[in-house]
Design a protein around this ligand. Structure first.
Ligand code: ZN
Length: 257
């Protein structure tokens, strides 16, 4: 099975960034990946009998996750008062990039299973781990945003609604209706779980914020949508796949209807 993120490779800037700016994370990552690759074998076996129902606690994933979270504090990736949801999103970025450096697909797939499909379980465990290590951390510590500028994030914040899912205008990331749950207040958006297709894409955020998503207006066989760069309203014919070029800033993007 081919996954859409499978061929992503890190460039030398990203590799160098891990070495120089994320020394603690670089030390914790090999063990995190090793334990996830082993855990992946256990869910693969469960798959023979249908959908895997849970995560075994004896595989070392939680322990290596705890060490990774401590490393994230030490490298100023997460702040002292960071929410578990936000910390998990940063773990996704780190995992995507480590995968792009090392290419260990089974570990990346277990991460996806754990944090997308089993997201409420993963959120509970991450909250608990953050609480456990709270006392190790300087309470005033803030997070550096340098890593978000250098590392692969995988998606933009310019999304569109189509008839059967949501997609990223600037990246080839698309999530079908059956692979997310729409959530309402307090945080409206789409909780991505891949429970139908299991076609994991580690580039996708675990939660798509509703404020990122534009529902295009269709009238007279034309669809009207905003340019992801300058906001200009653009019109195009209604096709299943559209490639749009903004007349104002020349930005090109694709979206489905
Ligand atoms: Zn534009």
């Amino acid at each position: 099975m081919q996954y859409l993120f499978e061929n992503i490779r890190a460039n030398s800037t990203q590799i160098e960034f891990f070495k120089t700016k994320l020394p603690h994370v670089s030390q914790a990552m090999p063990e995190f990946f090793r334990s996830m690759a082993i855990a992946y074998k256990s869910i693969e076996q469960k798959n023979l009998y249908g959908m895997p129902q849970g995560i075994r606690q004896d595989l070392g994933v939680d322990t290596s996750l705890k060490l990774l979270l401590i490393a994230c504090f030490n490298d100023h990736v997460i702040a002292a008062n960071e929410s578990a949801k936000s910390a998990i999103e940063k773990l996704r970025v780190l995992t995507l990039n480590w995968y792009a450096i090392k290419g260990e697909i089974n570990a990346a797939l277990f991460f996806s299973y754990y944090f997308y499909t089993m997201s409420s379980n993963a959120l509970f465990i991450t909250k608990d781990l953050l609480k456990q290590i709270e006392f190790l951390v300087d309470a005033s510590q803030s997070a550096s945003h340098a890593f978000e500028e250098t590392l692969l994030i995988g998606h933009s914040k310019s999304w569109y609604r189509s008839s059967n899912g949501v997609g990223d205008k600037l990246n080839d990331v698309f999530i079908h209706d059956s692979d997310f749950t729409k959530t309402d207040l307090p945080k409206p958006g789409y909780q991505v779980h891949y429970k139908k297709s299991f076609q994991y894409d580690l580039r996708a955020p675990i939660f798509v914020d509703l404020t990122w998503v534009e529902a295009p207006v269709t009238s007279d066989g034309k669809v009207i949508m905003s340019c992801p760069s300058c906001g200009q309203k653009c019109r195009g014919p209604v096709f299943a796949q559209l490639e749009v070029r903004c007349p104002r800033c020349k930005q090109v993007w694709t979206q489905r209807t």
